[in-house]
Design a protein around this ligand. Structure first.
Ligand SMILES: [Zn+2]
Length: 167
Protein backbone atom coordinates (compact mmCIF):
# COMPACT_ATOMS: atom_id res chain seq x y z
CA UNK A 1 0.00 0.00 0.00
CA UNK A 2 2.95 2.39 -0.38
CA UNK A 3 2.09 3.85 -3.84
CA UNK A 4 4.15 6.98 -3.25
CA UNK A 5 3.38 7.27 0.46
CA UNK A 6 5.37 5.94 3.40
CA UNK A 7 3.83 3.62 5.97
CA UNK A 8 4.28 6.46 8.45
CA UNK A 9 2.11 8.70 6.25
CA UNK A 10 -0.57 6.06 5.90
CA UNK A 11 -0.73 5.72 9.68
CA UNK A 12 -0.83 9.49 10.24
CA UNK A 13 -3.69 9.64 7.77
CA UNK A 14 -5.62 6.80 9.40
CA UNK A 15 -5.14 8.38 12.83
CA UNK A 16 -6.26 11.80 11.58
CA UNK A 17 -2.84 13.25 12.41
CA UNK A 18 -1.75 14.29 8.91
CA UNK A 19 -1.20 17.86 7.72
CA UNK A 20 -3.71 19.33 5.26
CA UNK A 21 -1.58 19.32 2.09
CA UNK A 22 -0.37 15.71 2.46
CA UNK A 23 -3.87 14.69 3.38
CA UNK A 24 -5.41 16.04 0.19
CA UNK A 25 -2.65 14.42 -1.88
CA UNK A 26 -3.42 11.08 -0.20
CA UNK A 27 -7.19 11.52 -0.52
CA UNK A 28 -6.74 12.16 -4.24
CA UNK A 29 -4.83 8.88 -4.51
CA UNK A 30 -7.48 6.98 -2.54
CA UNK A 31 -10.15 8.21 -4.93
CA UNK A 32 -8.44 6.42 -7.83
CA UNK A 33 -6.76 3.44 -6.13
CA UNK A 34 -9.12 0.70 -5.01
CA UNK A 35 -6.21 -1.33 -3.63
CA UNK A 36 -5.17 1.38 -1.17
CA UNK A 37 -8.76 2.20 -0.28
CA UNK A 38 -9.37 -1.46 0.62
CA UNK A 39 -6.19 -1.73 2.66
CA UNK A 40 -6.90 1.49 4.49
CA UNK A 41 -10.36 0.16 5.34
CA UNK A 42 -8.79 -3.04 6.69
CA UNK A 43 -6.39 -1.03 8.86
CA UNK A 44 -9.23 1.07 10.21
CA UNK A 45 -11.29 -2.01 11.05
CA UNK A 46 -8.28 -3.54 12.83
CA UNK A 47 -7.60 -0.37 14.82
CA UNK A 48 -11.28 -0.09 15.72
CA UNK A 49 -11.12 -3.69 16.91
CA UNK A 50 -8.09 -2.82 19.08
CA UNK A 51 -9.86 0.23 20.53
CA UNK A 52 -12.74 -2.02 21.52
CA UNK A 53 -10.28 -4.31 23.31
CA UNK A 54 -8.75 -1.19 24.88
CA UNK A 55 -12.15 -0.26 26.31
CA UNK A 56 -12.35 -3.73 27.84
CA UNK A 57 -8.86 -3.38 29.29
CA UNK A 58 -9.82 -0.08 30.88
CA UNK A 59 -12.71 -1.83 32.60
CA UNK A 60 -10.42 -4.71 33.57
CA UNK A 61 -8.02 -2.33 35.30
CA UNK A 62 -10.73 -1.48 37.83
CA UNK A 63 -11.26 -5.12 38.82
CA UNK A 64 -9.54 -7.23 41.47
CA UNK A 65 -6.30 -8.77 40.30
CA UNK A 66 -7.63 -12.24 39.52
CA UNK A 67 -10.41 -10.92 37.28
CA UNK A 68 -8.14 -8.33 35.75
CA UNK A 69 -5.61 -11.01 34.83
CA UNK A 70 -8.27 -13.21 33.26
CA UNK A 71 -9.69 -10.38 31.15
CA UNK A 72 -6.23 -9.25 30.08
CA UNK A 73 -5.24 -12.76 29.02
CA UNK A 74 -8.47 -13.19 27.04
CA UNK A 75 -8.01 -9.85 25.33
CA UNK A 76 -4.44 -10.59 24.31
CA UNK A 77 -5.49 -14.00 23.00
CA UNK A 78 -8.17 -12.45 20.80
CA UNK A 79 -5.69 -9.89 19.52
CA UNK A 80 -3.11 -12.57 18.72
CA UNK A 81 -5.74 -14.61 16.87
CA UNK A 82 -6.69 -11.66 14.67
CA UNK A 83 -3.26 -10.11 14.21
CA UNK A 84 -2.86 -9.22 10.53
CA UNK A 85 -0.23 -11.02 8.51
CA UNK A 86 3.42 -9.97 8.66
CA UNK A 87 3.20 -7.84 5.53
CA UNK A 88 0.99 -5.41 7.40
CA UNK A 89 3.17 -5.26 10.51
CA UNK A 90 5.62 -2.52 9.72
CA UNK A 91 6.96 -0.39 12.57
CA UNK A 92 4.59 2.53 11.96
CA UNK A 93 1.62 0.16 11.79
CA UNK A 94 2.63 -1.60 15.01
CA UNK A 95 2.92 1.72 16.84
CA UNK A 96 -0.43 2.90 15.48
CA UNK A 97 -1.98 -0.41 16.60
CA UNK A 98 -0.49 0.03 20.07
CA UNK A 99 -1.87 3.57 20.32
CA UNK A 100 -5.30 2.28 19.24
CA UNK A 101 -5.21 -0.43 21.92
CA UNK A 102 -3.88 1.63 24.83
CA UNK A 103 -5.56 4.95 24.00
CA UNK A 104 -8.84 3.98 25.68
CA UNK A 105 -6.95 2.79 28.78
CA UNK A 106 -4.61 5.74 29.38
CA UNK A 107 -5.95 8.49 27.12
CA UNK A 108 -4.84 9.14 23.55
CA UNK A 109 -2.61 12.10 24.43
CA UNK A 110 -0.84 10.36 27.27
CA UNK A 111 -0.19 7.19 25.31
CA UNK A 112 1.13 9.13 22.32
CA UNK A 113 3.58 10.99 24.59
CA UNK A 114 4.60 7.79 26.42
CA UNK A 115 5.16 5.93 23.13
CA UNK A 116 7.27 8.78 21.74
CA UNK A 117 9.39 8.95 24.91
CA UNK A 118 9.84 5.16 24.98
CA UNK A 119 10.90 5.20 21.33
CA UNK A 120 13.51 7.82 22.05
CA UNK A 121 14.95 5.89 24.98
CA UNK A 122 14.41 2.27 23.94
CA UNK A 123 14.76 2.36 20.16
CA UNK A 124 16.74 5.45 19.18
CA UNK A 125 17.84 3.74 15.97
CA UNK A 126 14.25 2.97 14.96
CA UNK A 127 11.80 0.16 15.54
CA UNK A 128 12.52 -3.34 14.28
CA UNK A 129 11.97 -6.86 15.57
CA UNK A 130 15.11 -6.61 17.74
CA UNK A 131 14.46 -3.20 19.34
CA UNK A 132 10.75 -3.73 19.98
CA UNK A 133 11.23 -5.39 23.39
CA UNK A 134 13.56 -2.60 24.59
CA UNK A 135 10.91 -0.14 23.45
CA UNK A 136 8.19 -2.11 25.29
CA UNK A 137 10.28 -2.13 28.49
CA UNK A 138 10.73 1.65 28.27
CA UNK A 139 7.01 2.08 27.69
CA UNK A 140 6.38 0.27 30.95
CA UNK A 141 8.85 2.62 32.68
CA UNK A 142 6.95 5.60 31.27
CA UNK A 143 3.53 4.41 32.41
CA UNK A 144 4.36 2.95 35.79
CA UNK A 145 5.26 6.09 37.84
CA UNK A 146 2.01 7.84 36.91
CA UNK A 147 -0.38 4.89 36.76
CA UNK A 148 1.04 2.15 38.98
CA UNK A 149 2.59 -1.29 38.70
CA UNK A 150 -0.39 -3.08 37.18
CA UNK A 151 -0.77 -0.37 34.52
CA UNK A 152 2.92 -0.56 33.65
CA UNK A 153 2.71 -4.31 33.31
CA UNK A 154 -0.40 -4.01 31.15
CA UNK A 155 1.45 -1.60 28.82
CA UNK A 156 4.37 -4.02 28.57
CA UNK A 157 2.19 -7.02 27.79
CA UNK A 158 0.08 -5.09 25.30
CA UNK A 159 3.20 -3.89 23.50
CA UNK A 160 4.68 -7.39 23.38
CA UNK A 161 1.44 -8.74 21.95
CA UNK A 162 1.85 -6.35 19.00
CA UNK A 163 5.58 -6.84 18.39
CA UNK A 164 6.78 -6.18 14.86
CA UNK A 165 8.03 -9.04 12.73
CA UNK A 166 11.11 -9.03 10.53
CA UNK A 167 10.09 -8.77 6.91
ZN1 LIG B 1 -2.62 3.00 -4.13
Amino acid sequence: MQHGFTEQEWMEFSEGAMGASSRSRLEAHLAVCAECAAKLDAIRVWHQRLSTEGERLRVAMELPEIDRERMLAQSLERIAAEYPSAERRGPAEALAALRALLGPVFGAGMIRAAVDAALERGAPGGINAASWSAFAAELREMIQPACGLAAGFLALRAAMSLAVADR
